[in-house]
Design a protein around this ligand. Structure first.
Ligand SMILES: CCCCCCCC/C=C\CCCCCCCC(=O)SCCNC(=O)CCNC(=O)[C@H](O)C(C)(C)COP(=O)(O)OP(=O)(O)OC[C@H]1O[C@@H](n2cnc3c(N)ncnc32)[C@H](O)[C@@H]1OP(=O)(O)O
Length: 160
């Protein structure tokens, strides 16, 4: 069955040659393959860490949580960049964002085994920069809060 465009996640619009990111690349078979979408004014993604994403038994490794904040943040930044220009993510010219800064605060241990809800909200879109706040919810509690500064690659560094 053919998928409707509206079913696509932000990361599904990344072209093949930039779809190998460990966090969000749909072509990285060892990666998270995070899928972020708008949910009203917020964005949302879901991921259930594997048993080996362990910090101490029963709790999720902080680096994995940082990856979720990172890739949900950069995906949301890309979507926000297109939205600010009033166009769809498959339109030209492409906007390619990378992480310039990543801040992560671990508020309480994140239980391993529960599906995690990763949410984001755009704080600022200014020139080539987008600032996204993001947080992770497990079992109804916010366990992690973070912020991503995503910057659009200068033209000279773009691959596609
Ligand atoms: C790794 C290479 C990628 C190759 C190309 C791939 C295409 C990707 C496309 C789609 C695929 C999706 C992939 C998602 C990626 C997932 C997340 C990652 O793991 S990314 C890897 C980790 N990140 C890096 O390796 C960035 C390394 N850093 C840089 O390349 C540069 O520093 C860069 C492009 C981020 C900024 O360099 P400037 O020379 O363009 O920066 P200036 O023009 O000075 O700043 C522009 C604005 O950004 C702010 N800014 C820059 N750096 C900042 C920082 N560290 N903190 C806060 N703000 C910062 C500045 O203050 C300025 O803002 P004001 O206009 O003044 O408001």
């Amino acid at each position: 069955m053919q998928r409707r465009m509206s079913d696509l996640a932000f990361q599904d619009y990344y072209p093949d040659d930039v779809s190998h990111c460990y966090g969000c690349g749909r072509l990285n078979e060892h990666g998270i393959q995070l899928k972020s979408r708008w949910d009203g004014e917020e964005s949302v993604a879901y991921y259930t860490p594997k048993p080996y994403h362990t910090a101490v038994p029963g709790y999720v490794y902080g680096g994995m949580l940082a990856s979720l904040i990172d890739c949900h943040g950069t995906g949301t930044a890309a979507a926000a960049g297109y939205r600010a220009e009033g166009r769809t993510m498959d339109s030209q010219p492409p906007l390619r964002y990378v992480t310039a800064a990543l801040n992560v605060n671990y508020l309480r241990p994140t239980p391993l085994g529960d599906p995690l809800e990763v949410r984001g909200r755009v704080k600022e879109v200014k020139g080539r920069k987008v600032v996204v706040e993001a947080w992770i919810i497990a079992g109804g509690e916010v366990c992690v809060r973070g912020e991503v500064v995503a910057v659009q690659l200068p033209e000279a560094m773009r691959q596609s």
